[in-house]
Design a binder for this molecule. Structure first.
Ligand SMILES: Cc1cc2nc3c(=O)[nH]c(=O)nc-3n(C[C@H](O)[C@H](O)[C@H](O)COP(=O)(O)O)c2cc1C
Length: 422
């Protein structure tokens, strides 16, 4: 058995995995039996986002209900990158809703405090950005234009919005202008468009570049696709080619370090944005770090290590929400993701999915067969949301013009309510 050093071991110099016992991080070991051979190193320089440098060009995709402080901490402990909050609406920030202010909080050791804002009104987005900047609440702001949820798009919000070029331009310009007060970089994240006949990404990217954004992230799917089918990496390559002067970030279907390498090689992008692939697998960021350093070592945790990780995740959620029951409610959805592909019985999974407190969770986790090692392929590949394409839901006549009409502007008022991600 080879000994590996755990990246975040608190000792100086770091001790081999499993030998420290002082820091919780050391409980997670790289169990790969293969030596850490050097493989082809990706020739990808650090990602420049305005005044910031992200050494490892990897971004944790904003995911509503997932990428809170607790989950970001687990991911950050494995590797470098940029770790974005869940999305908040501009309106809720301006109204100073406590839940939104909680969402944009960061741990003290989050070096680049990155947040994502979603808004449908340029004035409100400007106000929200100004508030964040004046109160020093973030170092980077991403704008979300990718939400495919019908109840939002049918009002003209989410991924319907970039179709209206005047509105899109005004929102991005206002955000960039307000953020410039403290030299805070703004990025945009979007989908390819509404459907294959109504693509917007190239136009939107040019508008965003001209407005002064620091990077453009593209999820290679249309609104119509939701999470179905395969992300179109060719579109990401097209964007990279069309906008040579701004960093382009590729998003969609990165479920392993090898996928990230493939996307970089196929598209020439400047960084990868990883969403569903890390659900229940924060160690994916360790694999990505290794891949970007040219190492073939990959994390292959057995049941015991997964159990430790999920318990720690629950503890951190309790800390984040300051409430044991709320924290445990939050961990429930993660249970299925963590044990995806592991031979864990249905009854035990069900019990864990309704676990009421940490002590009971610990008890349930001890009932697992801790001798089970990494199951291999069953754990790998696509995970999380998938489903089928959905007919785009848009306001009447939305596609008739790329300029926002007065009636459409009125309809947009409620397009920030009940938004739950992209
Ligand atoms: C549960 C969930 C929540 C999401 N929430 C957001 C969000 O708040 N903001 C956003 O821009 N995208 C959101 N997304 C989309 C992801 O950021 C990402 O674009 C998408 O999952 C595609 O990347 P992937 O194939 O790596 O998962 C969400 C996706 C999921 C699965």
């Amino acid at each position: 058995m080879k000994l590996y050093f755990w990246r975040n071991c608190c000792c100086d110099p770091p001790l081999p995995a499993g030998q420290c016992g002082l820091c919780k991080n050391c409980r997670v070991t790289q169990t790969s039996e293969t030596p850490q051979t050097k493989t082809k190193k990706l020739q990808l320089p650090p990602l420049r986002l305005g005044k910031h440098t992200v050494e490892t060009p990897v971004i944790l995709a904003p995911m509503a209900g997932v990428t809170n402080k607790a989950f970001r901490r687990l991911c950050r402990e494995y590797g470098g990158g940029l770790y974005v909050t869940e999305m908040v609406t501009a309106r809720s920030l301006v109204e100073r809703r406590p839940e939104s202010l909680r969402i944009i909080e960061h741990d003290d050791d989050e070096k680049i405090r990155s947040i994502q804002i979603y808004g449908v009104d340029a004035v409100n987005v400007g106000k929200a950005v100004r508030m964040v900047v004046e109160e020093d609440r973030a170092d980077h702001i991403d704008l979300n234009f990718g939400c495919p949820v019908p109840k939002v798009t049918k009002l003209g919000g989410g991924s319907a919005l970039p179709w209206k070029t005047d509105l899109f331009t005004a929102i991005v310009q206002n955000a960039v202008k307000e953020a410039a007060r403290n030299d805070i970089p703004v990025t945009v994240k979007m989908r390819k468009g509404i459907d294959d006949n109504h693509l917007t990404f190239l136009d939107s990217a040019k508008i965003a570049r001209d407005a002064g954004v620091a990077a453009i992230a593209l999820h290679g799917r249309t609104m119509e696709q939701h999470y179905s089918g395969q992300a179109d990496w060719d579109a990401i390559a097209d964007l990279r080619e069309a906008i040579p002067d701004v960093p382009v970030l590729g998003n969609g279907d990165i479920f392993s370090a090898e996928d990230a390498i493939a996307m970089v090689e196929q598209t020439g992008i400047d960084g990868v944005v990883v969403g569903r692939g890390c659900q229940g697998r924060p160690w994916l960021f360790g694999d990505l770090q290794n891949a970007f350093e040219g190492s073939e070592a990959r994390f292959k945790p057995g049941v015991s290590e997964v159990a430790d990780m999920i318990y720690r995740h629950a503890e951190l959620l309790v800390e984040t929400f300051g409430d044991e029951l709320k924290g445990l409610r939050e961990i429930r959805k993660h249970v299925a993701w963590y044990f995806h592909g592991y031979p864990v019985g249905g009854q035990l999974r069900q019990k864990m999915a309704t676990v009421p407190d940490l002590a009971t969770f610990r008890e349930y986790l001890s009932e697992l067969d801790h001798s089970i090692g990494y199951p291999g392929e069953a754990v790998e590949g696509p995970r999380g949301r998938a489903g089928n394409p959905k007919k785009p839901h848009l306001p009447n006549g939305w596609l008739d013009s790329r300029i926002l009409g007065d009636a459409e502007r009125l309809g947009l008022v409620d397009a920030e309510l009940d938004v739950s991600g992209g």
